[in-house]
Structures are given as C-alpha cells and as structure tokens.
Design a protein around this ligand. Structure first.
Ligand code: NAP
Length: 417
C-alpha cells in the first residue's frame, strides 16, 4: 500500500489477521491519531507509557502518525483522508485521541465516520475503579463492568432530516399518508430521524459481549433496552440478543428465566447468565445495585448515556478508557472529547488515553505489558501524584502536568518490570 502523506516506519512488522484472529509480531507498526484539542497533550504522553511497557516486556512499538480532524485539514485540506482509513485497514490495530465535532451545523462526527467506515461495530468501555481516584459514590470499587455499545446503527445511522426542508415534509407525508400514523406528528416545522436496529447489527454485538464474558470469566451479560416503548427496535434488540444466547452457545450460556425456573437461582461456575433491563431502570441499578452487573450489551444511544454515567462513578472522563472493535480490527480511544479550553496546556489527565492503550495491548495478547500499565497508573494515583482534575478533589496531593504524570507512570513501569 502506498500513502500520499504518511511516513511508514522503516522498521517494524505488520499485524495481520485470519478469521478475526490477530497475528501479532513483537515489533508491530501501530498507527496513531493524536487528535484535536487536548489530543495533542494526552496522545504523546500515552505513546511514551505504551512504549515503555512494550520495552519492559521485550517488545517494541513502531508508531506511525496518521491524521484526522484539524491535523488532517492542515496536511490534506480534508478531515478524514484516505491515507488514514487505509492505514487503519492495513495495520489492523491503532489508537486515537479525541476529535472535535461542532454541534448542529458543519460536518458530521469524524468519530462516527471512522467507526462506520472501518466497520468497528462495537464500542467497548471497561469501567473499573483505580485506587486513589476520587469518586462521587460511597463504594466505587463495587463497579467492575464492561460496556459493549453498538457503534454503527440506531442514532449513529445518522438518518435524519432538518425541520422546514422538503425532505422532512416528504417523510412526514409518507409517514402520515402511506403508513397511516395520522396523529403522531405535530403541525408546523418538524425534524425527523429514523432509528434502524437490525438483526445483523444486534447479533454480532451481543456475540462479542458473550464471547468476552466467557473468555474473561464474567458471570452475566445484561441487554439494556427501551423495549417497553420502542417495541420494534429496542424490544427486538432484546429478543435477538436472547436468540443469540439460546441458539449459539448451548449449555455455556443460560438466560435469567432458566436460572430461576430450572436452577433455583444457582448458576454453575462455567455459566454466563444473560438477562435484560430497561434502560431507565438500568441507570438507577448501576447506582443502587452496582456489583450485580458485569458485562452490558446495548444499542448505541443507551450505551452512550450509560457508559458516561458509569464512568462518572469511577472518577470521570479523565480516567475512562475505550476501544472500537470490529472483526480483526481495533481502534482504541479515550471516552473523553477534545476539551478545547485546555488544549496545548500540558494540563489534562492522560490516564484515559493510557488505559485505552492498555486495552489495545490486552487485545494484542500483551497482557504482561498491559498489567504493568495498570500498576503504573495505580502507583502514580495512589501516591497522590496526579493531574489537576484529581488534585482538586483530594487533600495534599502533588499537582502534575500531563507530561510529568506520564514520567511518573513510566518510572513505575521500569521499576516494576
Ligand atoms: P470533553 O472534551 O470530554 O470535556 C468535558 C470536560 O470533561 C472538560 O472540560 C473537563 O472538565 C473534563 N475532561 C475531559 N477530558 C479530560 C481529561 N483528559 N482530563 C481531565 N479532565 C477532562 O467534552 P465536550 O467539551 O462536551 O466536547 C468537546 C469536543 O470533543 C466536542 O467537539 C465533542 O464533539 C468532542 N468529543 C469527541 C469525542 C471523541 O473523539 N471520541 C468524544 C466526546 C466528545 P473540567 O473542565 O471540569 O475540568
């Protein structure tokens, strides 16, 4: 593959994939998008930490800078150049910082475009508490959940028409006259959107969540939906989710009904129990019965709300990591956005980006390096060497810049290796 304006590292090998399984050399080329706003602060910090963990375990990452958002506009005069998509397709596994999306007018979200064009159909967000991170809840350690949020349909399909346009009026006419919904839409200008949830999209997401639960010794997968109101989208999401569990996993996976009807609530050790909860109730349950939830599988919008709410419980946006996963392809990214007001100040917390890199290393099978990263971050935070966001919430800590926090984590990785 040749690239217009990307420098491919002269050393390092390519990660390949067969049937969704990654083949990972010890010296992979890994594409990285620094991103907009604070991406320019957190991405280099994360790069150093990930590089140190690789080196400490006898490996080497060969970084390949690729571009999206502002950096791409400067270099290519467009937001998402083919070079970037081609590199992520060719090298399989990459990491990105946040990208700015203007509200309302302007271009659609580049994050959404990346996820859709690369068919990264799951957004995975592990949500766990790190010792020393202040939290607004009494028992943040009770949370140890992994959220699987569908990444390509539901509101991410982006099918909507602006109020006052011919298109919106034509859709109104179709809905009222051809489909017979005569009392559903108020007179006057109206914006209209369509929310598709497919069998294909739902089942591949739920499979990923169940596979993850089985591989990682998790006890339950909860389907989170609003099927009481949206019966043929969210309700069917639940039904297809149960169908996957019943039809594709045999004895290893049981539903909550079977658990109570046939086993009196006792699940044998090897089993994953699949249950479902209505989304509004679930937002309450993660606060009131936190420890009962393990892996969640959700359509796009529920997943968006729920993973930010869960993230708040374990310390907020500076901490929360994520990754977008497709078949044989992964793009790690922090949950937070580009926080433009802090851009370039070497101030914000790089933990979310560092821990997103940790997910990436775990997926490469580099669990030893991933553990070193977790321990390094925990050592830094529990010894109260923290960035401003955590510093303002604790007594007697040492306030560090983004780059200084990364130095502390790197030192700890080198000491623990
Ligand atoms: P945001 O960038 O996540 O920032 C909101 C607030 O969260 C910040 O003001 C800051 O709070 C805190 N925060 C975020 N990252 C932090 C970090 N690393 N360390 C410490 N604190 C951090 O959300 P936003 O302001 O709503 O969005 C800004 C832009 O980012 C928008 O264009 C949005 O579309 C985009 N965005 C992109 C992604 C993505 O690329 N995946 C995701 C979300 C949003 P305090 O000011 O209270 O300290």
């Amino acid at each position: 593959m040749s690239y217009e304006r990307v420098d491919v590292p002269s050393a390092g090998e390519q990660i390949t994939s067969d049937d969704s399984e990654l083949n990972v050399p010890d010296d992979p080329v890994v594409p990285i998008i620094h991103g907009d706003g604070i991406g320019t602060d957190v991405a280099p910090a994360a790069q150093r930490v990930l590089g140190a963990a690789a080196e400490a375990t006898g490996r080497e990452i060969h970084w390949m800078r690729i571009y999206a958002g502002e950096s791409a506009r400067e270099r290519y005069d467009e937001n998402l150049p083919d070079d970037t998509l081609d590199a992520l397709r060719e090298f399989k596994v990459g990491i990105k910082g946040p990208l700015t999306t203007p509200v309302g007018a302007g271009y659609r979200s580049l994050n959404v475009a990346l996820r859709k064009r690369l068919d990264l159909y799951t957004n995975m967000r592990p949500t766990y508490h790190i010792k020393g991170v202040p939290s607004p809840v009494k028992d943040p350690d009770a949370m140890d959940m992994v959220n699987f949020r569908e990444n390509t349909e539901d509101v991410y399909a982006g099918i909507e028409w602006e109020a006052g346009t011919d298109e919106a009026e034509r859709v109104r006419e179709f809905v009222e006259e051809e489909m017979g919904f005569t009392e559903s839409i108020h007179e006057g200008p109206v914006g209209i959107g369509i929310k598709p949830i497919s069998e294909f999209g739902t089942k591949r997401l739920v499979r990923q969540a169940i596979d993850y639960a089985l591989e990682n010794g998790r006890e339950s997968v909860t389907l989170v939906h609003k099927g009481n109101i949206m019966k043929f989208t969210e309700g069917t999401f639940r039904d297809w989710g149960y169908e996957v569990a019943r039809e594709e996993y045999g004895e290893n996976v049981i539903t909550e009904d079977t658990l109570w009807d046939e086993r009196d609530g006792e699940a044998p050790d090897a089993d994953v129990v699949v249950n479902d909860r209505i989304a509004d109730n679930m937002l309450q349950q993660i606060l009131t019965r936190t420890g009962e939830y393990d892996v969640l599988a959700m359509p796009n919008l529920n997943g968006d709300y729920l993973s930010d709410a869960a993230g708040a419980q374990i310390g907020g946006l500076g901490i929360a990591p994520g990754a977008n996963i497709g078949d044989g392809r992964l793009l790690a990214e922090p949950v937070h956005g580009s926080a433009p007001k802090y851009a370039g100040q070497d101030k914000v917390n790089p933990t979310a980006m560092i821990l997103s890199g940790r997910i990436m290393l775990d997926q490469l099978g580099w669990n030893d390096a991933a553990d070193l990263i977790y321990d390094g971050v925990e050592d830094a935070i529990s010894s109260k060497k923290v960035t401003y966001d955590i510093h303002r919430q604790i007594d007697g800590g040492e306030k560090l810049a983004t780059s200084e926090f990364a130095d502390v984590v790197v030192d700890s990785i080198e000491d623990n290796a």
